[in-house]
Design a protein around this ligand. Sequence first.
Ligand code: TPP
Length: 668
Amino acid sequence: MQFNRTKLTDPELVFMYRSIILPRMIEEKMLVLLRQGKISKWFSGIGQEAIAVGSTLALQKDEWIMPLHRNLGVFTTRQMGLEKLFKQWQGNKDGYSKGRERSFHFGSKPHYICGMISHLGPQLALADGVALAYKLRQENKVSLAYSGDGGTSEGDFHEALNVAAVWELPVIFVIENNGYGLSTPVNEQYRCESLVNKAKGYGMEGIRIDGNNILEVYDTIRGVRDYCINNQKPYLIECMTFRMRGHEEASGTKYVPQELFEEWGKKDPVKNYEQFLVTEGVLNEMQIADIRHEFKEYIEAELKAAFEAEAIVPNSEEELGDVYARKVNGQSSIVNIENQIHDSPFTIHEKRLIDALQDGLRQSLEQHENLVLMGQDIAEYGGAFKITEGFVEQFGKHRIRNTPLCESAIVGAALGLSLEGFKSVMEMQFADFVSVGFNQIVNNLAKIHYRWGQNADVVIRMPTGGGVGAGPFHSQSNEAWFTHVPGLKVVYPSNPQDAKGLMIAAINDPNPVMFFEHKALYRSVSGTVPDIYYETPIGKAIVSKAGTDITVITYGAGVHWALAYQEQHPDISLHILDLRTLLPLDYESIRNAVAITGKVLILHEDTLTGGMGGEVSAWISEHCFELLDAPVMRCASLDTPVPFNLDLEKNFMAKSRLDAYVNKLAAY
Ligand SMILES: Cc1ncc(C[n+]2csc(CCOP(=O)(O)OP(=O)(O)O)c2C)c(N)n1
């Protein structure tokens, strides 16, 4: 192995040695503890330390890194105290995730380290978002994300590199090509000659280097960092290395030919560098022994302290309390229209739902300089539904961003922006397409605050629903996919005033909000909308029409179906509750609405099985049993995909069975 010290001084070379030997020694200790049954799972980075350590040293301390499961060297090189790290791995309350996350799946904002999720690939797009934040602020910084050779086969790898190239983001993508993805050798993973060749396909530069040579890694990444900043472009680095242990310690290495261990054992990044320093006269054997002794004592002392930590006493209130981030700083000064409507100190205008949404977005962009909108065709074209028409002229293309066709990467980029304190609204062109961004939403955005205290300040706009003969993939109601995910908020306005106020509230909320907008209501529903910047509270239902015979609990288009039904059937008096927010549910308003009539019909456009109606019905049965005079009934759409033919679609829709359900309940 050829080492080139370039202009590095002796103390700098020694510092590098200390940086690379520490994670090696920690791991050696971990393997002993594992054999003693004192710790659980362990993913080893032995043999790959030069990559994590060299790249972390090459970055500034306040540049975000997205490490994976073999990157202990990132954590130690960012000077994280060992006691807290050990507590993290033991699942202790005083670790980085309050015992909620295993192994390396945690982050630390003060250290600019973003916690990985298990899925291989999603973190790459977060690096895009962080780099976008740097670019928008014109800061001279880069973000850096790792991928294994296996991870490069994930769609997220392709999406993240493509977005970084198209948006010219200063991101360094580092592939650790260690020969295997679990038991799968690289010849069963990809067909290109080398992974760095993929860079060309995205229109970016790339280089393949010896990942076991810490000086080569450090020097390359220093240079690449300058390139990314000066040219405002991403860069791909393929680091050749080898996984010297099993995928994780329990899984063994039987499938790896012994010769490979012998061959790569000779290329050990720690031993070779140590040898180089001795040959170079930078360190002698005594000094090396001293450093090793110092670290041994350090590790033992910190481990002892960690093992003495008290066991966790579970507290459900605290667990639930950490799922969502709390609002901070002066948000209470925003007008809550529902407290002030009677004073009417503001002007109002008649608006369609679509115009009200546009109002909410525009005023939010004026309010928050750090708010960015992203979506397919949302810039000059104004979006598929023209909601963002005119925004580019007012706010510029840097804030109103057209995206390539890659929902997963854009949701990930939104989370990356949030790491850097930006707010973002992403437009799904149709709610149906959320399925290809699903993982980022339900696993990254939703869980991040509970896992390590980082919020995801992201709103995802979901043009949803059917009724216009658009077929199975432009008509779905998929809100219930998300109401089952702790950490998300799910909002679904039915009228213009709520649409604007809830949009503003969603953007002000520090948590990820799924914002459903019924496409058929965009231009068919109008109402008065205050001109001022105001919030409609998330988590509050509203009585759309008071009545005495049957309570209809509904949302979205269902509200309009119920109102229209009432108009056509004056003999029966419906009490109509518009839920407006589906997660969290407003149980108090539900109870009050049940109490008024004792007969409850839950109505929604979504299909029956597993829909919101099931959840609301179960809650009413459990908590309002004494208030009921009839079984809770659900009127929902047929349990089929949404059909294209208009007659079939009409038959599919819950609306076509509303009359039957009302009569059934009335007669009960
Ligand atoms: C989406 C997804 N599929 C499968 C897995 C299971 N899994 C975890 S690590 C791994 C191998 C990863 O290989 P590679 O990306 O080369 O990284 P390495 O473990 O070699 O560092 C697999 C298959 C996972 N975590 N996520």
